[in-house]
Design a binder for this molecule. Sequence first.
Ligand SMILES: [Zn+2]
Length: 88
Amino acid sequence: MEYIALKCEECGLVSILPRNYFDGYGCIECDGVVFVIGDAKIYGKRVSEMTIDVEVNTKQLDKALKKAEKLAKVVADLNMEINNLGNE
Ligand SMILES: [Zn+2]
């Protein structure tokens, strides 16, 4: 895939950018830490095919978002545990 979808840990914004641009990239909205949620595709010219493509793509994005949310929770829990360790 040419593009990747990223989600911001801070504000939750999902952004899409060319894969080769992704290098230490921060959130375009708040400069927060972003993580990759999956491959992305951008549609443009063929309007007749667009509806079907977008529907499929949205379903895949939903799946990716659910995975990302789970991952974010794991990371948050881990962060909490690490912080608690520091306080002991
Ligand atoms: Zn953000």
